[in-house]
Unconditional design. Structure first.
Length: 220
């Protein structure tokens, strides 16, 4: 907040959009590096799709969305048509002058390998939670209309979440998120490595105790 302003002069908003080409973690530099080293090019799933825009596009639209914020807004950018990642990989290979090694071309230069979806990863990218949007004065910026949790219920659920985090109880953390986050659906197990490792040690410790008791009784 600038000097002379008070808290009411600050407006908060959020802008949702998909992948940004050439950004940190973008699939394009990854594919380029894999192709440079002779492959294989790794794709998680044959049917996976994602939205893309350039750095300039995303920066300009985020700034313009911020200028329209009234406070608490959730903006969604029009990302155009989703791109099939497999087709992106194939095009990048062909653009380098090489060919794709596949069943129809076993002598090709670069192979595409499917590694499988990672925990929590979706085939289809969802930019909007829910289905209600309103237009704005910009044709590529929409304003999402989302549900909200009453303050009293939010505070109660947040207290439960904080208490679960404090004692590192991942099961209760997940239960709190299922109640707290609208439209959140759990499709897998707990993927926290620390939590899983601790449970594995506990199970192994319990198994060792049972074995020890069994051996002792046999000796008696």
């Amino acid at each position: 907040i600038q000097e002379g302003c008070n808290a009411t002069d600050t407006r908060f908003c959020m802008v949702r959009f998909g992948n940004v080409l050439e950004s940190s973690g973008s699939v394009v530099p990854l594919f380029r590096n894999q192709i440079r080293h002779g492959g294989p090019v790794t794709v998680t799933h044959r049917d996976i799709v994602r939205y893309f825009m350039t750095i300039q596009e995303s920066a300009e639209l985020v700034i313009q969305a911020g200028s329209m914020a009234e406070g608490g807004d959730v903006f969604v950018l029009d990302m155009g048509q989703p791109v099939k990642i497999l087709e992106l990989a194939r095009r990048m290979i062909l653009l380098t002058g090489m060919t794709v090694r596949e069943d129809s071309n076993p002598e090709g230069d670069i192979e595409v390998v499917f590694t499988g979806l990672r925990p929590g990863e979706k085939l289809y990218e969802e930019l909007l939670v829910g289905s209600d949007v309103l237009g704005t004065e910009h044709p590529r910026i929409m304003r999402a209309v989302e549900t909200y949790i009453p303050l009293e219920r939010f505070q109660a659920l947040y207290s439960q979440l904080s208490a679960a985090v404090e004692v590192r109880d991942c099961v209760k953390v997940k239960q709190a998120l299922l109640e707290l986050v609208d439209n959140y659906q759990s499709v897998g197990g707990l993927e926290d490595h620390v939590w899983n490792d601790q449970n594995l040690l506990l199970r192994e410790s319990g198994a060792n105790k049972i074995t020890s008791i069994s051996v002792q009784r046999t000796q008696d």
